[in-house]
Ligand binder design. Structure first.
Ligand code: G3P
Ligand code: MG
Length: 355
């Protein structure tokens, strides 16, 4: 266990720098740290474990609440990571909780998607696993699926009644879907009929994706299909069986608002320094600006494109440990400001440049 860190800034100018780390393909592959990430991150703390440099994780992945992800990353990487330092693909979903009030919404993906949504304030949310369990024969292939970790549900009668009678008002793809064939089937039912077996189609309820990554770097040496690939599969099928085209919203990098939000969170981290307190006391809180914000990523069309679109003060660093495998000097379509082998090299560069 760690003590709660304080952020100590030794920077007395009104401008400063911060860092956003991508996770998959930069910090870890699968469950394994890569590129000397634990040692690299340690350099952002002083000898007493106090944070010296404002940084956060800006990942398109997810599936567990930010508090859980912070705890998991802390034990994996050996530094104390705060909940506020974790921005996941689905983090902006919390801004939609008020819009759906008590309406039934579906949460899709690996991990604990319904827990994530409940923590964001959604009051009537059900995971697609639980939802599908209430409908006999909804998946004609289920008998052939011998999952090694199948979730059993208590089969709550109230929840069953709700699933069978209430139409689903929105679907949230929180993390990478596990059972594509069932999930595409059930989502098509919901998007066409609100989930209630009937002949009349209904207007399509909104569907939100936490990100739109076509591919990402997991433990396997080749890139793996991500949420964007699932979106294409769902969209292609829906557009063939439905009269209208799928209407959807994708969050995550490379959307500029993700980088704007990261900047705001980094500013808050900086303001929690002793220097930040002084700035507030002097009534000059609005003056605090970053000279440079570094985005360290592995995916040119997501991390680097996003940082480029976000513009000043973002500076993009591409590693060779993930989607970009780096035979060439730089990515042709979305060239980064700097290409390095690992996250450790990136930190080396930043600290030499800034300190
Ligand atoms: O599923 C995770 C993947 O889409 C990307 O994660 O950390 O590389 O943004 P990250
Ligand atoms: Mg990545």
């Amino acid at each position: 266990s760690f003590s709660r860190p304080q952020l100590h800034s030794n920077n007395n100018s009104s401008s400063s720098f911060g860092i956003a780390f991508d996770i998959d393909g930069v910090i870890i592959r699968g469950e394994t740290p890569i590129g000397n990430s634990p040692q690299a991150l340690k350099r952002l703390y002083d000898d007493s474990g106090n944070l010296k440099i404002p940084y956060l994780f800006l990942t398109n992945g997810g599936g567990v609440p930010e508090s859980q992800r912070a705890a998991d990353l802390s034990s994996l990487l050996g530094v104390n990571i705060l909940t506020s330092q974790v921005l996941q693909g689905h983090t902006p979903f919390k801004n939609l909780a008020d819009r759906f009030q008590n309406a039934l919404v579906l949460a899709v993906g690996k991990g604990e998607p319904a827990t994530v949504m409940s923590e964001y304030g959604f009051k009537n949310v059900m995971s697609i696993d639980e939802y599908a369990s209430y409908f006999d024969n909804i998946d004609p292939l289920s008998h052939y699926k011998h999952w090694t970790c199948k979730k059993e549900f208590a089969k709550n009668n109230t929840s069953k009644e709700k699933a069978l009678t209430e139409s689903v008002k929105a679907a949230f793809i929180v993390s990478d879907p596990v059972d594509w064939s069932r999930d595409i089937q059930v989502l098509c039912d919901i998007l066409r009929y609100g989930g209630i077996p009937q002949r009349e189609t209904r207007p399509q309820p909104p569907v939100y994706f936490a990100s739109d990554d076509l591919e990402y770097q997991a433990a396997y040496p080749l890139n793996r299909l991500g949420m964007g690939a699932f979106r294409i599969a769902l969209e292609s099928i829906f557009n063939r069986i439905s009269d209208s085209s799928l209407v959807y919203t994708s969050f995550g990098k490379p959307n500029p608002f993700v980088f704007k939000n990261a900047e705001a969170v980094l500013k808050q981290l900086l303001m929690s320094t002793h220097y930040g307190d002084n700035v507030v006391n002097n009534g000059e809180s609005g003056c605090q600006t970053f000279k440079t914000l570094y985005m360290i990523g592995d995916n040119p069309s997501v991390d680097i494109k996003g940082a480029q679109q976000a513009g000043h003060p973002w500076f993009s660093i591409l590693t060779r440990t993930g989607v970009f495998k780096g035979m060439q000097q730089n990515d042709r379509e979305f060239p980064a400001d700097l290409v390095v082998d690992t996250v450790e090299d990136a930190i080396d560069y930043i600290l030499k440049r800034e300190c």
